[in-house]
Design a protein around this ligand. Sequence first.
Ligand SMILES: [Zn+2]
Length: 85
Amino acid sequence: MRSYWVYVDDPTSKARVHLASCRYCNNGQGVKDSRLPDNRWLGPFSNPDGAASVAVRENKRDTKPCGVCLPGYQIEAEVLQFIIP
Ligand SMILES: [Zn+2]
């Protein structure tokens, strides 16, 4: 079964939804060499919408699905509307 993770980066105000198998996600471990103290992984989630709503609740300026592992996935408008500009 597929699982999903949310990457959150506080300094750059960024959140990304990834598939666990994505090379940038690596099952919530991330890319070892680029790991910083101010980022974190939330998950795993069993579906992308659950992951997306958690990503949105982090309230980052830049919240998107990963362009590598989820290029066709759209975060639903009902979920996105909770982002405070
Ligand atoms: Zn990814």
